[in-house]
Design a protein around this ligand. Structure first.
Ligand code: ATR
Length: 296
């Protein structure tokens, strides 16, 4: 693999002609909201192109992404469980993908497969939009969770010059792996003392799946958190998690996780379809109504 520079994708379409055909690939993939987001933009900007779900079995993934050229596929979003494999298989990866060794956005350019990871971009764009001017200042940032989602968040925080991150995870060893990987700004604290560790933090981020519909609740006591700290949750179903409700009740600025999903889609859309789309209240309302729609 060779390396490309820049963390965001450009606007060209790699010299392709015709109607761009793009997929979101996962296993399973039924619940992805990405087609709703990209479909809205295609319609809004009146662009030719398609963006559809594609369930690909794990043993078919490599063959599928290598068939892009022959199948006339311009690129794809990649979700669980393929992000690491997508990074490894791409011919070129940009700095954002290399930083966390995982890709969520692929595009074919001059016959070669390029990869990026837009999760960190989406995280920061959402925080910037939801808590304008946010800054942890000199204070530590508390990150709960050390799974795949935490990686993009940690990289994004470091890219903004955050110098102190307290990482806590039920399985301490996973947090230690990330601390070794990302370096001296990270310190690992025990999950059991997560409440005490919030005492002087400027920003709290839940990257665990706790609090998501169908998952156990996130048990965190915010009473020690400084009043002007910002609280954000990557979970967006429900939109207002118990963590965010508790934070709002204490007067903290809160940022829900839906905006990250919306913003992370921007660079890929621009790459495939040639227009940098806007995350608007209208788009957000569309996805919120889909989240609220009965499953059956
Ligand atoms: P993702 O890619 O969404 O981050 P993941 O890699 O499976 O998914 O990570 C899920 C995160 O939620 C992890 O931090 C996980 O903690 P462990 O590493 O200890 O598994 C956390 N998590 C999930 N269920 C949890 C629970 N019941 N209690 C505490 N943490 C939990």
């Amino acid at each position: 693999m060779t390396v490309t520079t820049g963390t965001e994708t450009g606007g060209e379409n790699g010299g392709r002609t015709g109607v761009p055909k793009v997929h979101v690939i996962g296993w399973p993939i039924e619940h992805s909201r990405s087609p709703l987001i990209h479909g809205h933009w295609l319609q809004h900007y009146n662009l030719p192109g398609t963006y559809t779900k594609k369930a690909v079995a794990p043993d078919e993934f490599e063959r599928f992404i290598r068939s892009f050229g022959a199948a006339g596929i311009a690129g794809a979003n990649v979700t669980v469980p393929f992000k690491e494999q997508a990074f490894r298989l791409a011919d070129h990866a940009d700095a954002a993908a290399r930083a966390i060794e995982a890709a969520n956005t692929l595009w074919l350019q001059d016959g070669e497969l390029h990869a990026s990871n837009t999760d960190g971009y989406g995280f920061l764009a959402n925080l910037d939009a939801g808590a304008p001017g946010w800054s942890a200042g000199e204070r530590p940032v508390a990150v709960l969770g050390a799974g795949g989602a935490a990686r993009g968040v940690l990289q994004a925080l470091l890219s903004r010059g955050i110098t102190s991150i307290r990482l806590t995870n039920r399985t301490r060893q996973r947090a230690e792996v990330l601390a070794d990987y990302f370096g001296a700004a990270l310190s690992v604290t025990d999950w059991e003392i997560r409440n005490e560790e919030l005492a002087d933090c400027g920003l709290v981020i839940n990257t665990t799946s706790l609090g998501m519909e169908g998952c156990p609740p996130l048990d965190v006591d915010l009473s020690r958190l400084p009043d002007n700290a910002v609280v954000t949750d990557l979970v967006y179903a429900p939109l207002k998690t118990e963590l965010l409700k508790a934070a709002a009740a204490r007067g903290h600025v809160i940022v829900d996780g839906l905006g990250m999903l919306l913003h992370q889609a921007v660079p890929g859309f621009e790459k495939w379809f040639g227009v940098r789309p806007e995350v608007t209240p209208e788009l957000r309302a569309l996805v919120v109504s889909d989240l609220e729609a009965p499953a059956c």
